[in-house]
Design a protein around this ligand. Sequence first.
Ligand SMILES: [Fe+2]
Length: 214
Amino acid sequence: MSSLNLQVDGFLDGVLHRLLAGGADASVEEEVAALRAAWPGRTTSLSPVEGKRLPASDHLASALERAAKGEGADIGHAIAGLAEALSWTYSYPTNLRDRDLSSKVAFAQIAGRSGLRTDTDIHVGLTLIAPHVVYPAHRHPAVELYLVVSGTALWQCGEIEPATRAPGSIILHPSNVVHAMTTFEEPLLAVWTWRGDLVSPSIYVNMQTEAHAS
Ligand SMILES: [Fe+2]
């Protein structure tokens, strides 16, 4: 078995362990139980994905340095082992409120249709957001969990009062509920999971309009 395969196993084991330990409320626990049932197995093969950087992925090193000193140390260590193989992407259409988001936000899939570990039941990946960036309101049919690894950011999700979330936090974005994040002086590095409709894309929306429409 290749060392990259072992690194992916270590990352996935660490994330699942964290999720199982950290469910602060019933809705998170319910989603973690569903993820656990579909969690990528060890026997699936690695896809040959070439590492690819984006401007935002330049923040990975400083995010991992911060992670090493805090709640995200274990996952940060596992991510560091995968860093060279990560293929960072940004596939949203241009956002009219910030036409330069493609240089500030980046995603890397680790398990999934285009991940290092092929999986069609759930997706597991990373989000990296540069400092002082608004990752605008968006929604998608997939149920999403975020596990913050490094950086404290402001989180907005549906009608819930906006709140800052520190490393170690687990945040649930239910299907089609609008959410947004704002970074401050630190980059945000987080693990995300998608379950359910893995095909329909995420779309940018107007948070106020959507919140009052439902
Ligand atoms: Fe999302």
